[in-house]
Design a protein around this ligand. Structure first.
Ligand code: ATP
Ligand code: MG
Ligand code: MG
Length: 552
């Protein structure tokens, strides 16, 4: 639909449908429920669910839950929430790898029966040492040539709980001299006397990822199993398991480049550390590039989908600039967000010639480029707040905002001229006395005099007091986890969060809901924080800054 050429995966799928290899396709998104989803997962979700939608096909949501120690129902729920929020639907097709534990066990027994798997008593260190290197073939385990009967008995006893963790594993019998190290008798099952969040204490042996994944794909009738490049070498094992077991169908694994974004980390393990060690307020901290963090920050689902479409799907590892993600949400909000006034660092102005006690309403556009978004009425009175940075005492000539004796336009309201600066005993500016031109209502003077600067403002007695949170990147280093000598947490940005506790917003924002997103004119895009806001104390997040502002 987009005129863009198809990426290599969509091309393969189109060919498989055109050639009749498949009448319909089935994809899957297979998260492990050991953490919250992040922006990297969004790439995989948009790909797997995206190609399904485009081909009128189904995409399964499958929880890859074979590491009971790290997994939980809380994570299962957060993953479902995040996938739905991104705009995708698995319908009836929610599965758990743990649903297949019985079948996987039977397949393992079958491999043993074929002489293709054996119980090995080497320790994990020994297994590693025996495995060899890229330049050196591996060494065969002394347990490799046990009889089928002995292996069947030992595996049954493993399952029955007779052995301690770490004492033995089930390994595939493939080729210790294979140039692909993954094929040097990989482990298929290990002993873990752990409670599983779904199967409870039924099992004390758990299948490994490489054994589980291909068979789960096969059992579900997946046609195209899309994964990231680090699994390229595992494809041989994926195919070996299915070929050896002569399964009725054989999904095709295709690898694509994972998403890497600079100035952040996208690894659940590292994100979990940030959460558990309190470097952030939680998985949904608005500085985190988790889906829930982005949601709380104010990103729209469409902006994340557009981002994923922009970066595309390729075969080569690359780094995406954080700015690309920010642009995606900026483009969306620029089009859809209502414009409002919010003063983040307020400086009070008294309009000395404005009648005391009077209030009027000025008409403001909700989106100057899109009249269909309508107008609103904003109260105006004798006392208003402006942004402190819109006033300068010793202003250079090119400063087109307020300074004593200079005139500026209050957007949609009046032209005002600064007459006097009030300071406190420390010499800080605390208030400005200005006069307004009653004939300039709407912002133009009848005599046609030119006033260059236009600033935003909020009527003081009507202002909605709020806390505003400004965010900067969470890391100061472009590649925080690239330095092997230093821990990524050493690069945390101590200034990633700025709290502004006394902001003055136009009163209509009291009606803002969690779904609303606004442009505070000249300040950026903002939304209500879904975690910290209270009815009497709204908290707004800055989603992203503006590219440019309309007043210089
Ligand atoms: P992490 O490395 O963050 O722990 P993971 O790969 O272990 O991620 P899974 O829950 O196994 O997390 O991931 C589910 C799916 O999401 C996998 O198919 C995986 O390839 C994909 N995925 C994870 N991270 C990325 C990424 N950065 N870019 C693209 N796809 C990703
Ligand atoms: Mg994984
Ligand atoms: Mg991982």
């Amino acid at each position: 639909t987009s005129g863009k050429p198809l990426d290599f995966i969509r091309q393969i799928i189109a060919e498989d449908l055109a050639s009749g290899k498949h009448r319909t396709i089935v994809t899957r998104f297979p998260p492990e429920p050991n953490g919250f989803l992040h922006i990297g997962h969004a790439k995989s979700i948009c790909l797997n669910f995206g190609v399904a939608v485009e081909n009128n096909a189904t995409c399964h949501l499958r929880f890859d839950d074979t590491n009971p120690d790290k997994e939980s129902t809380e994570y299962v729920e957060s993953i479902q929430r995040d996938v739905r929020w991104l705009g995708f639907d698995w319908g009836e097709h929610r599965y758990y790898a743990s649903d297949y534990f019985d079948q996987l066990h039977d397949f393992a027994v079958q491999l043993i029966g074929m002489g293709k798997a054996y119980v090995c008593h080497l320790s994990s260190d020994e297994i590693r040492a025996y495995r060899g290197t890229l330049t050196e073939p591996g060494k065969e385990s002394p347990y490799r040539n046990r009889s089928v009967a002995e292996n069947l008995d030992l595996f049954a006893r493993m399952r029955a709980g007779e052995f301690d963790e770490g004492t033995c594993v089930l390994r595939a019998k493939i080729d210790m001299a294979s140039p692909n190290i993954v094929m040097r008798d990989p482990v298929l099952y290990r002993i873990l006397k752990s409670h599983h969040h779904r199967t409870g204490d039924k099992w004390c042996i758990y299948p490994m990822y490489d054994f589980t994944h291909c068979l789960s794909d096969m059992l579900e009738g997946i046609t195209h199993s899309l994964c990231t490049l680090e699994f390229e070498n595992n494809r041989a094992l994926y195919d070996w398991v299915l070929d050896t077991l002569q399964t009725p169908n054989h999904p095709r694994q295709i690898e694509f480049a994972r998403l890497n974004i600079n100035y952040t980390v996208t690894s659940k393990r590292k994100l979990l550390q940030l959460v558990t060690e309190g470097h952030v307020s939680g998985w949904d901290d608005p500085r985190m590039l988790t889906i829930s963090g982005l949601r709380r920050r104010g990103y729209t689902p469409a902006s994340i989908r557009n981002f994923c479409a922009t970066i595309g799907i390729g075969k080569r590892e690359s780094w995406i600039d954080m700015g690309v993600l920010e642009n995606a949400v900026r483009d969306d909000l620029n089009e859809h967000a209502r414009r409002v006034f919010g003063v983040l660092d307020p400086l009070k102005i008294v309009l000395t010639n404005y009648p005391e006690g009077e209030t009027e309403e000025v008409v403001a556009q909700n989106h100057p480029q899109n009249p269909a978004m309508g107008e609103r009425r904003v109260p105006f009175s004798r006392e208003i707040y402006i942004e402190r940075s819109d006033f300068m005492e010793d202003a250079p000539k090119k400063f087109f905002r307020l300074s004593v004796g200079r005139e500026v336009r209050l957007r949609y309201a009046y032209l005002i001229t600064c007459q006097e600066v009030i300071k406190n005993e420390r010499g800080e500016v605390v208030e400005l006395r200005c006069t307004y031109d009653p004939d300039s209502r709407g912002g133009t003077a009848p005599d046609g005099r030119k006033v260059k600067g236009t600033i935003h403002w909020v009527s003081a007695p009507h202002a909605l007091r709020a806390e505003v949170r400004l965010y900067d990147r969470l890391f100061t280093a472009e590649y925080p986890d690239a330095d092997k000598e230093r821990n990524f947490k050493e690069f945390l940005n101590p200034h990633s969060l700025t709290l502004l506790s006394e902001c003055m917003l136009e009163p209509g924002l009291a009606q803002a809901t969690i779904e609303d997103r606004f442009q505070f004119e000249r300040q950026g895009y903002f939304c209500l924080d879904n975690g910290a806001s209270r009815p009497d104390r709204p908290v707004f997040n800055r989603i992203v800054t503006l590219r440019d502002s309309w007043a210089k």
